[in-house]
Design a protein around this ligand. Structure first.
Ligand code: SAM
Ligand code: SF4
Length: 324
């Protein structure tokens, strides 16, 4: 079992399989950005499987595939298949922008992924393009294919920004009610220049909750495996709405996760620089026991909390580099 100095049990790894992406969300990746990790630095599927098997032995039971855009990594379903079979791993999920989901939903489901998070910041094609530089219709097609393939739950993640899309929170509620999706709102985080720039349009989700409360009867809700989101339910419906509030109400005391980036760096906190470089260990022939010990030692250094509010200038990595 992995327990950090603040008595938090680490049982969840967010695994970034690429730092590349086919979109350029304003708050995440700069438009002309090309400074990606070299392919020879990417962990290959054998290396990823080995690291995840190590985590499985240490008590990790949940893995989320993320990125960048995970579906940009070639043969992702084959990797999912291997990870879903690892001893100890009970839950394999995927975060995606859904642009490639229409093509891959069926094989991902068959590979053993059960739960999906999909980013969707606007239901208006022109605005969606402005925020992400992508095409809304591809995402909607992807979402419908995922629903048809049997993914459940499908959670829609909306980063809410003042004066950009905060007038669409009600429309998003209606959309999720219609299609049976779960909805989560996220506050902008000052990660990299892009995240800091977007944070100028920060909107507190406490406000969003009040606005929605005037329109819908909201009752306290729960969501199994809901992570850091605080949930409400629209009374008389199945719709759950989660609020992820790293800024207005941080949830570091219940943090149960670490993040592995595409180059094999284990980040111990989204908002801090503390890390363990696993690639050199793997490529120097470390034994299983050595890997386990290195991970235990790293968890013993997990920071208590992020400092997005007090030191917003601190994190130079974009979200896409860490594995959001
Ligand atoms: N490409 C996939 C996607 O967009 O869902 C997975 C990776 S993306 C980095 C994971 C999540 O991070 C998305 O929900 C995205 O909206 C969120 N994100 C990225 N940058 C952010 C920021 N600066 N503040 C808040 N959320 C951010
Ligand atoms: Fe790509 Fe996801 Fe970042 Fe948007 S949030 S640029 S989809 S990695």
């Amino acid at each position: 079992m992995l327990t950090d100095p603040f008595n938090r049990r680490i049982e969840y790894v967010r695994l970034s399989v690429t730092d590349r992406c086919d979109l350029r969300c304003q708050y995440c990746m700069p438009e002309g950005f090309r400074d990606f990790e070299e392919p020879e630095h990417w962990l290959d599927f054998d290396e990823i499987e080995r690291v995840m098997a190590t985590f499985g032995r240490l008590g990790v039971s949940r893995i989320r595939l993320t990125g960048g855009e995970p579906l940009v990594r070639k043969d992702l379903p084959a990797l999912a298949n291997r990870l879903a079979r690892l001893p100890g791993i009970e839950d394999l999920s995927l975060s995606t922008n859904a642009t490639r989901l229409a093509k891959h939903a069926g094989e991902l489901r068959r590979a053993g992924i059960s739960r999906l998070n999909v980013s969707l910041d606007s239901l208006r094609a022109d605005r969606f393009k402005e925020i992400t530089r992508g095409k809304l219709s591809r995402v909607i097609d992807g979402l419908m294919a995922a629903r048809a393939a049997g993914f459940a739950p499908i959670k829609i993640n909306m980063v809410v920004m003042q004066g950009v899309n905060d007038d669409e929170t009600g429309d998003m509620v209606e959309f999720c009610l219609e299609h049976g999706f779960t909805l989560r709102f996220i506050e902008t985080m000052p990660m990299g220049d892009t995240g800091r720039e977007a944070s100028n349009r920060y909107k507190s989700l406490q406000e969003v909750r009040q606005e929605l409360g005037r329109r819908y009867p909201l009752i306290p809700g729960v969501m199994p495996g809901g992570g850091p989101a605080r949930y409400v339910q629209v009374e008389g419906t199945e719709l759950r709405i989660g609020f992820i509030t790293p800024i207005s109400q941080h949830f570091c005391e219940t943090c149960n996760r670490v993040r592995l980036s595409v180059d094999g760096t284990l980040y111990l906190c989204l908002g801090q620089d503390d890390r363990l470089e696993l690639r050199p260990l793997l490529r120097a022939g470390a034994s299983d026991a050595e890997l386990e010990q290195a991970i235990r030692d790293a968890i013993a250094r997990k920071p208590e909390r992020h400092e997005f509010r007090d030191r917003p200038e601190q994190v130079v990595r974009f979200m896409s580099m860490t594995g959001g």
